[in-house]
Design a protein around this ligand. Structure first.
Ligand code: NAP
Length: 312
């Protein structure tokens, strides 16, 4: 069976930073990534709050640079390889891939990230891919000179609404309250953008379609206003994220929201299993914190391996 010192599951900023630290310490390191490396940033148009890039950097480029740097130190990035099971195996861990291959790892870092939350309204599933999208970078160009809506009031919704104004003739930003959650400087730019029209205090009742594609949104009011129908060509949903813990949920302790509980150094409740990034209960969910926590998790995983060797 294939053996590795440190297996990292997930190739976003947390996993890639962990790989850089692990490989640079000369531990054999494999990053298992079910898609392409880079994580959520590769679907982000522009990252302007990662130090070292004063003018900002495209999410795709930042993901590519992180991948290249980890590889240059000897980490192997195994793209399109999903891990479907992790189990304790003697003093190590056995990982199983979707193809049924088995790998023995001496320590494991969980950096599986998070997945976009669903709204859970009628029409959402039916019109996904037919006008409903969770990725402005992927699908924005399909809506040139069209009218679209973005749902949500956090950093993701507001940044993606601004990105969509590059293509759409108008972007309705629909928020359930009368104040955005997004960082203030992002809000300021949003309010100055003439293509964005705020729809305050509105919730989504239904996504309506016609001829097999999105036709608009049935909106309710939280302020007692009558329901309205908003005609639209596209709908982008950014209402938060859910941690991707399907793999680890039975082995490690989760918090009440389902995030993996870690200590200051990235240890989970299971010795030898570490976690970093958006899948964990760390409050600040940014590229910089994911990378920093990835480095800490790798440092602790390396120490765990050394101590294991000394105790045998
Ligand atoms: P978020 O910060 O959790 O915001 C989710 C937004 O969706 C909130 O405004 C929330 O409304 C709204 N919402 C939630 N459920 C809803 C529902 N059922 N119907 C309508 N609206 C709903 O999520 P996010 O924007 O995806 O960001 C996730 C994390 O990544 C955050 O920590 C964020 O700071 C970070 N992030 C950072 C950047 C950056 O630094 N540039 C970019 C993207 C994301 P309420 O406000 O009323 O709760």
């Amino acid at each position: 069976m294939e053996q590795v010192d440190i297996a990292i599951i997930g190739g976003g900023p947390a996993g890639l930073a962990a790989a850089l630290y692990s490989a640079r310490a000369r531990a054999s390191t494999i990053v298992f990534e079910q898609g392409i490396p880079g994580g959520q940033i590769v679907t982000t148009d522009w990252v302007e709050n990662y130090p070292g890039f004063p003018a900002g950097v495209s999410g795709q480029e930042l993901g590519d640079l992180m991948t290249k740097q980890a590889e240059e130190f000897g980490a192997e990035i195994r793209s399109f390889t999903a891990i479907t099971a992790i189990e304790p195996y003697d003093l190590d861990f056995k990982l199983t891939t979707g193809e049924g291959d088995e790998i023995i790892a001496r320590a494991v870092i969980l950096a599986t990230g998070a997945v976009p939350k669903k709204l859970g309204v009628p029409g959402e599933a039916e019109f996904t891919g037919r006008g409903v999208s969770w990725c402005a970078t992927c699908d924005g160009a399909l809506f040139r000179e069209k009218v679209v809506a973005v749902i949500g009031g956090g950093d993701a919704a507001v940044e993606e609404a601004m990105f969509l104004t590059k293509f759409a003739s108008k972007v309705h930003l629909i928020h359930r309250r009368d104040e955005l959650r997004a960082t203030k400087c992002i809000q300021e730019r949003c309010f100055a953008n003439e293509k964005i029209e705020m729809q305050w205090s509105r919730t989504i009742k239904e996504i309506k379609g016609a001829d097999g594609k999105v036709a608009g949104l049935e909106l309710a009011s939280t302020k007692g206003e009558p329901d309205v129908f908003l005609p639209l060509d596209g709908i982008f949903i950014f209402v938060g994220i859910d941690p991707a813990t399907a793999l680890a949920g039975e082995l490690v302790e989760l918090d009440e929201k389902g995030y993996i509980k870690i200590d200051h150094d990235g240890r989970t409740s299971w010795p030898g299993l570490y976690a970093a990034g958006d899948v964990t209960d760390s409050e600040l969910k940014q590229v910089i914190t994911a990378a920093a926590k990835g480095a800490s998790a790798a440092f602790e995983a390396l120490r765990f391996i050394d101590e294991k060797v000394c105790s045998i």
